[in-house]
Design a protein around this ligand. Structure first.
Ligand code: FES
Length: 79
C-alpha cells in the first residue's frame, strides 16, 4: 500500500493522493483509491466543499504557506 501524499498548491488547494477515506460532517464517506487524487479547498470559497472548484483563481486567493521542519511546532489535536 502506498502512503498518502498531500501537496499544497501555491495559492490553491491541497492535492491529496490516496488511498484515503474522506468522511464529511454527516458521516458520509468518499473513498479515494491508491494513486487517485482529490483537490481539497483551502481558500474557503468553493461551492463544492470540501472539494476545490477553481474559485481560488477567481478570488485571487493568496496563501503563503511553507511546510516547516520546526520540531517545536505541534499540529493541533483532533476533536
Ligand atoms: S482552493 Fe480551490 S476553490 Fe478553494
Amino acid at each position: 500500500m502506498t502512503d498518502v501524499r498531500i501537496e499544497i498548491a501555491k495559492d490553491g488547494p491541497y492535492r491529496v493522493t490516496g488511498p484515503i477515506e474522506l468522511i464529511d460532517s454527516h458521516g458520509n464517506a468518499v473513498s479515494v483509491v491508491e494513486g487517485r487524487r482529490v483537490l481539497l479547498c483551502r481558500c474557503g470559497g468553493s461551492a463544492t466543499k470540501p472539494f476545490c472548484d477553481g474559485t481560488h483563481h477567481r478570488i485571487g486567493f493568496d496563501a503563503t504557506t511553507a511546510a516547516s521542519r520546526d520540531d517545536s511546532a505541534q499540529p493541533p489535536s483532533s476533536t
